[in-house]
Design a protein around this ligand. Structure first.
Ligand SMILES: Cc1cc2nc3c(=O)[nH]c(=O)nc-3n(C[C@H](O)[C@H](O)[C@H](O)COP(=O)(O)OP(=O)(O)OC[C@H]3O[C@@H](n4cnc5c(N)ncnc54)[C@H](O)[C@@H]3O)c2cc1C
Length: 447
């Protein structure tokens, strides 16, 4: 049995690792020149570690990715720290996390944007969501806005929840269901994890592990189409710029809109489900500075009513600047509808929009602190999950036998993340294995 996999992000690579481990012949095609997908990195001259194009860390509860790291012998290159996460309010940053639950709770109690009673209520509700809710399903029948206004209070909603929802989901903020917010509280930990060498080093190690088990990974190879073989014999043709390859099964891990274009034969009902999935894109600037910008802050949530972006992340307050030739690295990140004009703007134009924010964090900042700026854009970056979303998710097994689809839009109720990409990659691989065993059983029964 041979399986073609489209996309060498964490979903595609985990599926490839699982299948090659079980003896399948696997070929992975990746359009980009490197593996890792949205978590891939880049390396400027003088850096010894790669930096993610989009800010990344994992959580101590990310079981699937940690288990995978162990399985390929990468566990010693995973480490955890508790950098400072803060909320910007009234001209300064207030820590809202801590090194442990007690410190986190005390920091929330010190946050002055809402009265003490509301802070206590917020703390209790977060504890309830994290430790008290066993079944998330009732929470997907109500929006996060309705639930938090009712149970955390309108002031907490306005100061903490609404900026998050508006920043992440823009025009869809009031549609997002409460199960999404529950999953964020549930799956996140105070300790944040990272890989020696960055996520790119882990993705590269995964490619090597797939190859060591006999799999092939072709980078810089965009797939132009996926077509069922004619004659009803089963099997799939994967079309490439310079030819085609035939597989018994194909797993695609591309964005839903790309899936629709790659496989025009998808039945209308499945295609409709794919095309009805809403999502936002991400525009992120990485700014390399000669000096530290903030006073030790790693992550600062911003209110887009005051700032041109959702978050400022000073990566080198989490990972030492020595790994980046002494550069102090700051991400300025935003989520925008995929047709937003910023996706077409040059790096200089984007920096002109976002730069003003830097002065808020350090009045000494000036343009001559800037060593370099890079802009990264992804039109499919954050799935939108409205009320009743679980009924609309396209199944991993498409209606066409031997064709599977696994994307960020299907990891629900969990928010997208590399851990859940690994988990869905493993799940779709198991499905292929079960289906091919069933097929072989059927064939041997006939013969
Ligand atoms: C701004 C931002 C911040 C994030 N922060 C975090 C974080 O802190 N922690 C975390 O765990 N996760 C984070 N994530 C989410 C995480 O990056 C994703 O959940 C995960 O990488 C998705 O993996 P995937 O394999 O499903 O998809 P992708 O990584 O998108 O992989 C799909 C691959 O398919 C390839 N492809 C597309 N079309 C074709 C084609 N025609 N032919 C061949 N190849 C093709 C793409 O090039 C890509 O490599 C973040 C994402 C963003 C955008």
């Amino acid at each position: 049995m041979n399986v073609g996999i489209i996309g060498a992000g964490f979903a595609g690579l985990s599926a490839a690792y699982e299948l090659t481990r079980q003896g399948y012949r696997v070929v992975v095609y990746e359009a980009a020149p490197q593996a890792g997908g949205l978590a891939s990195g880049f390396q400027a001259p003088g850096w010894s570690w790669a930096l993610e194009r989009f800010y990344h860390h994992i959580f101590a509860s990310d079981r699937a990715i940690l288990e995978l790291a162990r399985s390929i012998g990468f566990e010693e290159r995973v480490f955890f720290r508790s950098p400072v996460t803060a909320q910007w309010w009234n001209g300064r940053a207030y820590p809202i996390d801590g090194a442990n639950p007690l410190e986190g709770a005390l920091n929330v109690l010190r946050f002055p944007a809402v009265p003490l009673f509301d802070r206590l209520r917020f703390g209790l509700m977060v504890a309830y969501l994290k430790y008290g809710v066993r079944d998330w399903r009732p929470l997907e029948t109500v929006t996060a806005t309705e639930w938090t206004r009712a149970w955390m209070g309108p002031r907490v909603h306005e100061a903490l929840i609404e900026p998050l929802l508006r920043g992440k989901f823009g025009p869809y903020a009031d549609e997002v269901n409460m199960a999404w917010l529950w999953a964020r509280f549930k799956a996140r930990t105070f300790k944040l994890g990272y890989f020696v060498g960055g996520f790119q080093a882990f993705a590269d190690a995964l490619v090597e592990a797939v190859q060591a088990q006999g799999g092939e990974v072709h980078l810089g190879t965009p797939v132009t189409g996926v077509r069922p073989l004619s004659g009803g014999t089963g099997g799939w043709e994967v079309r490439l710029p310079d030819g085609a390859e035939v597989f018994d099964s194909v797993i695609t891990t591309v964005p839903p809109s790309v899936m629709g274009r790659l496989v025009p034969e998808l039945p209308g009902s499945y295609l409709e489900r794919l095309l009805s999935l809403k999502s936002l894109g991400a525009v992120v600037l990485v700014v390399a500075l000669k000096h530290r910008l903030t006073d030790g802050l790693y992550w600062v949530n911003l209110d887009k009513r005051q700032f041109p972006m959702l978050a400022l992340v000073e990566h080198t307050n989490y990972i030492e600047p020595e790994h980046y030739g002494g550069d102090h690295l700051v991400y300025l990140g935003d989520y925008l509808p995929p047709d937003h004009p910023y996706f077409e703007r040059s790096t200089e134009d984007l920096f002109a929009v976002y730069e003003s924010a830097l002065r808020h964090f350090n009045p000494d900042y000036s343009r001559d602190w800037v060593r370099d700026v890079w802009a990264f854009r992804a039109r499919y970056a954050q799935p939108v999950v409205p009320v009743g979303y679980s009924r609309h998710i396209p199944p991993l097994r498409t209606p066409l036998p031997g064709l599977y689809f696994a994307s960020m839009s299907q990891v629900y109720p969990w928010d997208r993340g590399t851990n859940f990409a690994v988990e869905i990659g493993q799940r779709v691989a198991q499905m292929v294995i079960r289906d091919t065993i069933g097929l072989l059983d059927g064939m041997s029964a006939v013969s």
